[in-house]
Design a protein around this ligand. Structure first.
Ligand code: PMV
Length: 325
């Protein structure tokens, strides 16, 4: 009645932004990501007859009520499936900064889906675990798998929607250099921000309409290992996503001066012939996607950019790992 799972963050090259079904947490657009090593969350779930309620500890501290509520929803789902009522102690540790646009909810809910399901005795397939993680956080559906991963758009009502791997971790030795451009937690969470975009951004419809074509082209460039084709498409995807948010009321503006400076550094390096492009999630940090050969120069240039506080480097990693007992 105890299990530990390790899952990794992922970075979307074709972004998910917007839901087709709020209740089932289904994405309105397809997305494609790289699972990142060593951006790891390790989560242990232990059922404990002595507990009156679930207990969730995140990075050594009792978690906030909102976070505990989302964890409890996933625990309730697996308990109902396994016919178990015992409360659980959940201990989770991120080996990177939480809630700062580094997709900690993705690795966190992927690890929770794996550990909670195993702790109650379920033996589900990766696709079932991916759908379970998706209900908590759609980007988490992708972190169940390693390598290059696609999450299709969800048809309203399709609660089985899961991500699927489209290439293994060793398909292409890409690196991701993260430029940290602010400290502390981000201004607005992705769930609320996506809701604002759908309600009030005049660009939302165009974003959804363009996503299938854009995601297909990004998949093709990834599968062909064609960096020249990939780079402008990846930048278009994140810039369009942020433009949708910025044009909402209220406007969602995650960018800091360091974010703009880092994007300019990356685009300058590409103009000089390096295989590198930029992307950003729902936060101020900039992620440079590059080839292994370009990574040392990219990291050096980003570390020297005004407004960049720190850098970290990741490579493509494996999917969920679960240990029972
Ligand atoms: O954390 P979620 O599942 O609510 O979604 C975040 C979505 C982005 O990180 C902004 C983009 C993506 O596809 O990961």
């Amino acid at each position: 009645m105890k299990a530990t799972a390790v899952a990794r963050a992922n970075i979307a090259l074709a972004k998910y932004w917007g839901k087709s079904d709020d209740a089932l947490n289904l994405p309105a657009v397809p997305s494609v990501s790289l699972t990142l090593d060593p951006l790891v969350t390790e989560t242990t779930v232990e059922l404990d007859e002595g507990l009156d309620d679930d207990v969730f500890e995140l990075d050594g501290q009792p978690a906030k009520d909102g976070e505990t509520k989302r964890v409890r929803a996933l625990l309730d789902e697996v308990r109902a499936l396994a016919g178990v009522t015992t409360r659980a102690r959940v201990t989770s540790r991120n080996r990177f900064p939480t809630a700062a646009g580094l997709a900690s909810s993705a690795s966190g809910f992927a690890a929770l889906a794996g550990a909670a399901s195993a702790a109650v005795g379920l033996d589900d397939s990766a696709a079932v675990l991916s759908a379970r993680a998706r209900r908590a956080s759609a980007s988490a559906a992708r972190s169940i798998f390693g390598g290059v991963v696609e999450l299709p758009a969800g048809v309203p009502g399709d609660d089985a929607l899961a991500a699927r791997p489209i290439a293994a971790a060793d398909h292409w030795d890409l690196r991701v250099v993260v430029a940290i451009t602010a400290s502390g937690r981000k201004s607005i969470g992705s769930r609320d921000a996506m809701g604002e975009s759908r309600r009030s951004s005049p660009y939302y419809g165009a974003w959804v309409e363009h996503a299938a074509t854009s995601t297909r082209a990004i998949c093709d460039a990834l599968l062909a290992r064609d960096f020249a084709a990939l780079a402008p498409l990846v930048e278009q995807s994140f810039l369009a996503m942020h433009a949708v948010g910025m044009a909402g009321i209220p406007s969602v503006l995650y960018w800091q001066p360091g974010s703009v400076a880092a994007i300019r550094t990356i685009q300058g390096l590409r103009a000089d012939g390096l295989d590198v492009c930029a992307t950003m999630d729902a936060g101020p940090h900039v992620k440079a996607v590059c080839t292994a050969a370009a990574a040392p120069s990219v990291r050096e240039a980003l570390a020297a950019t005004d407004g960049v506080l720190d850098t970290l480097e990741a490579r493509i990693g494996p999917g969920l790992e679960v240990t029972r007992g």
